[in-house]
Design a protein around this ligand. Sequence first.
Ligand code: ADP
Ligand code: ADP
Ligand code: ZN
Length: 214
Amino acid sequence: MKIIMLGAPGAGKGTQAKKIAAKFSIPHISTGDIFRANIKNGTELGKKAKTYMDQGLLVPDELVVDLVVDRVNQEDCRDGYVLDGFPRTIPQAEALDKALAELGQKVDYAIDVDVPDENIIRRMGGRRACVTCGATYHLEYAPTEKDGICDTCGGGLILRDDDKPETVKKRLSVYHEQTQPLIDYYTNAGILKTVDGTADIEDVFRAIVEILGA
Ligand code: ADP
Ligand code: ADP
Ligand code: ZN
C-alpha cells in the first residue's frame, strides 16, 4: 500500500497520514519533518533547507528526491508507506515514478485532502507543534489536554516560523503554482482520490479508510 498525500499546506495531510500509518502499520514519511529534524540537528542539509523554508519556498528538487528514494527503499517500507509532503512538484513525481518503476513498483493511491484557501489561513494560525516529538495540534480543532503541553511526550508547543500569516500566503501561492499540477498528473495516472478536508478530522479519516478499501 503506497500512498501519497496531496493538499495545500495545512489541509490536514500530516494529521491524516499519521492515522493511516497507525491503522495500517506502515511508515509515515514526512519530508517537512525530515527537514525540521535536520535543522534541529544543525546538518548541512538542514542549513540549506532552512533558507528556503523560512521564505515559504520549496526546497530544490535535488535536495529532496534522493533522500525520499533512499527512504522508500528501506526494509520497513516493504509493505508500503504513506508519503506526506512529497512529491510537491512534477519533477519530484516523475523521479518517484521512475525509481519505483525500476523496482517494478508503483504508487497505489494519491489522496487529495481538499481545503479552500480561506480555511487554510485559520488552520495555520492555530497549528501548534511539539518541539520535542513533532506531534501536531490545533488550538481550536485539536487541542491538547493541558494548555501548551504535548499530550504524547509533555514537550512544549510552538507556532512554526513558517506558519506566520505572511509566510502562509507565500506557501499557498507556491502550492497553487508548483504542487497543484500534481492533481492532474495523478488524475491522468488513474489513482487520484479526493476527500473533503473541511470535514472533522475523524470524518476525513473515515472517507480515506473507505477509499483504501479497509
Ligand atoms: P505543511 O505540512 O504545512 O504542508 P511541510 O511540513 O510538509 O508543510 O513542509 C514545510 C516546508 O518544507 C515546505 O514549505 C517546504 O519549504 C519544505 N518541503 C517539505 N517537503 C518538500 C518537498 N517535497 N519539496 C520541496 N520542499 C519541501
Ligand atoms: P498539513 O500536514 O497538510 O500541513 P496538518 O495535518 O498539520 O496539515 O494540519 C494543519 C492544522 O489543522 C493542524 O493544527 C491540525 O491540528 C489542524 N487540522 C487538521 N485536520 C483538520 C480538520 N479536518 N479540521 C480542523 N482542523 C484540522
Ligand atoms: Zn511531544
